[in-house]
Ligand binder design. Sequence first.
Ligand code: GTP
Length: 381
Amino acid sequence: MHAIILAGGMGTRLRPLTNTIPKPLMPLANMPFVDRVIRYLAGHGVERVTLALGYQADCFKRHIARTKYPIDVGYVVEDEPLGTGGAVRLAARDREEQVVVMNGDILTDLDLAAMIASHVQRGADISISLKRVADPSRYGLVLTGADGTVLGFVEKPGSGEAATDEINAGIYFFEPWVVGEIPISGSCSLERELFPTLIDRGARVIGYRQNCYWNDLSTPDDYLLAHRDILRRAISADVPGNKVNGTWIGEGVEISPRAEVEAPAVIGDGCHIAAGAHVGRYSVLGRGTVLARRARVERSVVWERNRLEEDCRLSGAILGDGCVVYPEVELPEGAVCASGTRIPAKSHSVREAAGAGAVAIGDGRHSGTGVQGVRQLSSSR
Ligand code: GTP
C-alpha cells in the first residue's frame, strides 16, 4: 500500500522554531516527528511512502539520506506550494492503486486498518477521518449526515459558531480514480476544492469516526501537550533511552547525585546535569544539553546542545537547538526560543515579556547575536 505524507507547509504557528526546520522534522520526545509518522504507517501495512515537500525541502532530503527506514521512503518537491490537493496529485504518480493520505503533523494511534476496512465495507470513494474536539473553532469542520456521509466542510468557524464538533483529522483513504480528478496545474485544496466538487458530482465521501488519540501539533501548546501525553502514556510511543525510575535516560548522561530529576522526563544522550539542578516532570532534554548548577527546567522541551547556565529557570518553555540561557535568567512561562538564541542575563526584553503568555524569542536567522526581539505569539495564521 502507498501513503502520501503532506509535509510542505510552513508551520507558521510554530515560529520561530520553524524558521530553521520544517515542522515535521521537529523532534518529538527526541525523535524527528516525521520518523514517527513513517513508523506509524509502516506498522499499519504501508509499504511505500512519498513525502510531498515544499518548505525547507533540503532539510528533509538530508534527513532522509541519513536515516534507515523499514519501508521505501521517497519524496517529491513542489517549486511553489500546490496546496494539499496539488501535493497529492504530484506525489501519486501511480494512479492504479488506493492511497492513504496523511498530514505530516498528526500524532495519533488511529487504527488505520479498521478505517480501510470500513472504507471497503461501505463502498466509499473517499474516507475522511473525523475527530470530535472540545473547541472546534480553530479547525476545519466536517458536516455529515446520520449515516456518516459527508455533506460539506466549514473552515475554522469563529468561537460559538461551530455547527458541529467533528473536525477533519487529516487522514484520508482514496480510491485510485480520485487522484485523477485533481486539476493538473496550479494549487488545489483537498477540503476546500476537491472534496466539495466530488460530492457535488455524486462521489461517495464518508466520514470515519474512531475513539483514538489525536493531536495536530499546530501550536506551541499542542507541541508541549504531545510531549506530556507521550510521557504519561496517554499514547504509546517509542522514546529513545533506557527507562530508569520512570525517566528515559540516554547514553553517556552525567547526573550529579545532588541534582533532582522528577519522573516522567527524558534526558537525551550526552546531557550533563550539575549539582543542585532540577529537571521537573514532563521535561525533555535533547542530546548534549548542559544544565549548570541550580538551573531549573519545568514542563519544558529543550532540543539539542543547549546550555542552561547557573540559576536560570524555564517553565513551559520550548528551546530550539544550541541556545544559551545566561545565569539567573528566568524565561517567561510559554517562551519559545529560536535555535541559536543567546539570552543574556538581565535582558530587558525577556523581563518585559514575563507574564505575557506565549512569547517568541529570537528569529532563528541571526544565531548567536543575543535576543532578537520578543513578540507575542499570534494565535491567528
Ligand atoms: P501553519 O502554517 O501553522 O498553519 O502550519 P502548516 O504549514 O502545517 O499548515 P496546515 O496545518 O494547514 O497543514 C496541514 C498539513 O498539510 C501539514 O502537514 C502541512 O505540511 C501540509 N501542507 C499544507 N499546505 C501544503 C502544500 O501546499 N504542499 C504540501 N506538500 N503540504 C502542505
